[in-house]
Design a protein around this ligand. Structure first.
Ligand SMILES: [Zn+2]
Length: 61
């Protein structure tokens, strides 16, 4: 995956997670529902991948 598409995937996952939390009382209370849990898991995975990518990228010109 390219750096750009990885960032876009991260942003989409962030939006999906934020949107779900905004409409879900269980997730707002830190008790992820069965619908929200995979959405939040994807967001965390994307965030993690992006953080690693940024750290790796700092070594390049
Ligand atoms: Zn939820």
């Amino acid at each position: 995956m390219s750096r750009d598409s990885e960032f876009i995937a991260y942003m989409r996952a962030f939006e999906a997670s934020t949107k779900h939390v905004g409409a879900c009382v269980a997730c707002q209370n830190d008790q992820p529902c069965t619908t929200g849990a995979p959405i939040h898991a994807v967001f965390i995975a994307r965030q993690d991948a992006w953080t690693k990518r940024v750290r790796a990228g700092r070594k390049q010109p």
